[in-house]
Ligand binder design. Structure first.
Ligand code: GRF
Length: 203
């Protein structure tokens, strides 16, 4: 399968997928990396791995619709099977999410439905939570609201800081995201009727 990874920044989750695809080259290939920011470090990661990448700078577009239409066009030209959002910090239009329904996933650093949006680690700490984590979900028009495929939890210790918590969640993200992408590409997980369907692995 051909996947595209959409990023805005560091791209550590992209790196986890770059590393994973070399383990299962017959299963999936990162065919394209798209960033909406020219300075995203993830673009360098893609270049270093020899993966085609481009920046579609959202500041050059008058509207979300125009930006999304350009991204969609690029993805369609590249005949992408799945779109993987990995630290992509733009809200996508309903038209875009509808177009890739069941074919687009996102990773969010909280145990959804708790803490949608930004600064999730800080907010979880401030709320006195005893655990935090990450969610990987299908993308639907509802922001951070699509059906969850997988969650991973981490404990919040008494001396936890925002940074230490972020590191713990990152560590789990880098294991969990490749796992889900493998399921997706094998057809072991899919979206039907706004629900996640799990299919037993064919041996
Ligand atoms: C991750 O925490 C991810 O859950 C969130 O944005 C962050 C991206 O980090 N959506 P990176 O760019 O993959 O390092």
């Amino acid at each position: 399968k051909k996947i595209a990874v959409l990023i805005s920044g560091n791209g550590s989750n992209l790196q986890a997928l770059i590393d994973d695809q070399t383990q299962v080259p017959e299963l999936y290939e990162i065919a394209l990396v798209v960033s909406n920011r020219p300075d995203a470090f993830g673009l360098k990661r893609a270049q270093q791995a020899g993966i085609p990448s481009l920046c579609i700078d959202h500041t050059a577009y008058d509207s979300r619709e125009a930006f999304d239409a350009t991204v969609q066009n690029v993805l369609e030209q590249a005949t992408i099977d799945f779109v993987v959002l990995a630290g992509f910090m733009r809200i996508l239009t309903q038209a875009f999410t509808r177009n890739f329904l069941g074919k687009m996933v996102n990773i969010h650093p909280s145990l959804l439905p708790k803490y949608t949006g930004l600064h999730t680690h800080r907010r979880a700490l401030e709320a006195g939570e005893s655990e935090h984590g990450l969610s990987i979900h299908f993308v639907t028009p509802e922001l951070d609201g699509g059906p969850v495929i997988l969650q991973a939890k981490v404990a919040i210790e008494p001396d936890e800081t925002e940074q230490s918590l972020q590191q713990k969640v990152y560590h789990q993200e880098h294991i969990a995201y490749p796992l889900v992408i493998r399921w997706l590409c094998r057809g072991e997980v899919s979206l039907a009727d706004n629900h996640v369907i799990y299919q037993q692995r064919r041996l």
